[in-house]
Write a protein that binds this ligand. Structure first.
Ligand code: NAP
Length: 253
């Protein structure tokens, strides 16, 4: 174990939405941040904003489901910012459809980004974490893991990430690495805006209707998730591992 582990974080899907808010928050916490996204321009713009605020960050384009691109992106972060010790597996997509209309591509692409992507990213980053003797992984699950109509693919992937989280927590604990999952409820981002559009509702009406069903009577914001990530990667959360924290404004979806 090195004297003081490197404070470098990687956030996938950081070009917008929840990932962008997590990257900003971790930069504010003093981490150098590698923003990785399919949308390279979005990742670079987020990194530039962090640098303009006095932080250290780079933006890298990649598809998290491609092993070579993952290895190259993690190597670029290690070279330009230092050994990554914090990994936030946030990149995600939805391809919603009822089972009888769901195509193989809908199924495979959702598994590819959430499950294969988190696996490839974690495998690449754990080398650095175990060398440093310290690390944090946070996987983005969802309340949909409990079941959600029209999301057989997504809910399976998000439930799978919970098993992945618990297993990595068991394997990596002895190297000083904790692994947890956050399962957000309704968070206002492009992803939920796209759902509103798909069902033919305005985003405002969709958010209002959702808020009525949420005990705290509001929908979540990306910062609600970033705040919990900030806690889970902190030194003080070192005895919290293998947990799934529902961040949904109430006890259930
Ligand atoms: P979002 O606004 O759609 O952002 C997702 C980001 O992931 C986008 O920047 C997207 O890039 C990127 N991405 C997609 N596929 C990728 C790939 N193969 N490789 C690299 N990056 C990729 O979604 P969000 O609402 O912020 O969601 C973030 C995470 O939280 C996801 O895992 C999601 O499932 C989870 N979540 C969200 C909610 C919610 O209510 N919003 C609830 C529960 C869980 P492009 O811009 O190029 O598409």
């Amino acid at each position: 174990m090195t004297e003081s582990p490197s404070r470098v974080a990687i956030v996938t899907g950081a070009g917008r939405g929840i990932g962008a808010a997590i990257a900003r928050k971790l930069a504010g916490d003093g981490f150098a941040v590698g923003l990785l996204d399919l949308d390279e321009a979005g990742a670079k713009a987020g990194a530039e904003a962090i640098v303009a605020d006095g932080g250290r960050a780079i933006g890298v384009g990649l598809d998290v489901s491609d092993a070579e691109q993952v290895e190259a992106a993690v190597a670029a972060v290690a070279e330009q910012l230092g050994a990554p010790t914090v990994l936030i597996n946030n990149a995600g997509i939805t391809r919603d459809n009822l089972l009888f209309k769901m195509s193989e591509t809908d199924w495979d692409s959702v598994m590819g980004v959430h499950l294969r992507g988190s696996f490839l990213m974690s495998r690449a980053v754990q080398k650095h974490q175990t060398e440093q003797g310290w690390g944090r992984i946070v996987n983005l699950s969802s309340t949909s893991a409990l079941g959600n109509r029209g999301q057989a693919n997504y809910s399976t992937a998000k439930a799978g990430l919970q098993g992945f989280t618990k297993t990595l927590a068991i394997e990596l604990g002895k190297f000083g690495v904790t692994v947890n999952a956050i399962a957000p409820g309704f968070i206002a981002t492009d992803m939920t805006a796209a759902t509103a559009e798909r069902i033919g509702m305005s985003f405002e009406d969709f958010k209002k209707a959702a808020a009525q069903e949420i005990p705290v009577r509001r929908v979540g914001q990306p910062e609600d998730i970033a705040n919990v990530v900030s806690f889970l990667v902190s030194e003080g959360a070192g005895f919290v591992s293998g947990q799934v924290i529902y961040v949904a404004g109430g006890p259930k979806a």
